[in-house]
Design a protein around this ligand. Structure first.
Ligand code: NAP
Length: 309
């Protein structure tokens, strides 16, 4: 029997209990899944960083911590965690993110707001450009960034992607390094941020880098709030250098009512709903990782603790 502790906020249990049990059964795993165990009896922890488990020291026989979230910034630095840490790569979450990003890019690309808000009898007959004439840059070419870049390229946008290590991907101009970032920003009529929060990415989009973007560009940030210097973004929006920012993630969530992003006419706030882990597909990923742990195969989606993601 494999003991799996489900350590998340209690509300998730309802969502995950059945899909996880079904996935374990399909994978042929004999699992006792519970929300409480004596720590020394736990073999694996299915984990959310906002759970009450913060000290991993008593989990002496735990073989891996399987994070339910893609972002690991709230657990990666936990010094009590010596077990392997896997992050969530869930095909359902990836699909959701592609739909969110393509939808919000299309909104600004087509200028939909003009007609949705402007039902005032004025015949605004400006025809939007084709996607082929709007350059999109995606910062981060990981599981989510690459899928979004490919989705946007599939719509006809010329897409540039930027990552830490040099990548290659069909139909995407792949760049890396500081020079690559400067090029990626200077050609970003639309910018999508899908980087993780790490010490190296914090405030990446600062005053200087915003200034490198073409005038009138728009930004979609479903990555992390800390990627952007908020004051620099507000200043760039005020001058019109950046035409619009759709922000899904923030330094403080929920975004406080008094935060100027709420009232800014060139900002759309979405409440961290770009995409989430989907219980059914994520349960299959967790079952596969436990199966790997039991057969001595390498775990999938291990976090690089030094890089921080
Ligand atoms: P991932 O697979 O780990 O990809 C991260 C990408 O960022 C990789 O391409 C990586 O480069 C690049 N990167 C990391 N540090 C960098 C640096 N210093 N300079 C340049 N590139 C850097 O992560 P993911 O699954 O795509 O998720 C990305 C982020 O999306 C998550 O960390 C989370 O913050 C956010 N997210 C948000 C939501 C939401 O609902 N809003 C939902 C899920 C995830 P390499 O390819 O070279 O490693």
């Amino acid at each position: 029997m494999i003991n799996v502790l489900f350590a998340t906020l209690p509300v998730r249990w309802e969502q995950y209990e059945t899909p996880l049990k079904e996935a374990f059964e399909t994978a042929g795993l004999d699992v006792d899944l519970r929300t409480k165990f004596a720590p020394e009896e736990v073999d694996y922890i299915v984990y959310a960083p906002n759970s009450e488990v913060q000290d991993f020291t008593p989990y002496t026989r735990c073989k891996a911590v399987l994070n339910l979230w893609a972002g690991v910034e709230n657990v990666v630095g936990n010094t009590t965690l010596t077990q392997p840490l896997a992050r969530m790569v869930d095909p359902g979450m990836t699909r959701g993110m592609v739909e969110f990003v393509v939808g919000h890019v299309m909104r600004h690309h087509l200028g939909m707001d003009l007609h949705i808000k402007g039902q005032d009898g004025v015949w605004r007959d400006h025809v939007p450009p084709l996607a082929q004439d709007r350059r999109v840059t995606v910062l981060g070419l990981g599981e989510l960034g690459l899928a979004c870049a490919q989705g946007l390229a599939g719509m006809g946008f010329p897409v540039t992607g930027w990552s830490r290590r040099q990548k290659s991907a069909n139909g995407i101009t792949c760049l890396s390094g500081d020079n690559g970032l400067a090029t990626a920003l200077s050609t970003a009529d639309a910018l999508v941020l899908l980087l993780p929060k790490t010490p190296a990415t914090e405030n990446l989009l600062n005053h200087e880098r915003l200034a490198q973007m073409p005038k009138g560009a728009f930004i979609v940030n479903p990555g992390r709030g800390e990627l952007i210097d908020d004051a620099a973004l507000l200043a760039a929006l005020d001058t019109g250098h950046i035409a619009h920012a759709t922000l899904d993630v923030f330094r403080n969530e929920p975004l406080p009512k008094e935060n100027p992003f709420w009232a800014h006419p060139s900002v759309t706030v979405t409440p961290h709903i770009a995409s989430e882990t989907r219980a059914r597909t994520a349960s299959q990923v967790i079952a596969e990782n436990i199966q790997r742990g039991e057969t001595g195969a390498p775990f999938l989606h291990l976090v690089d603790r030094t890089a921080g993601y």
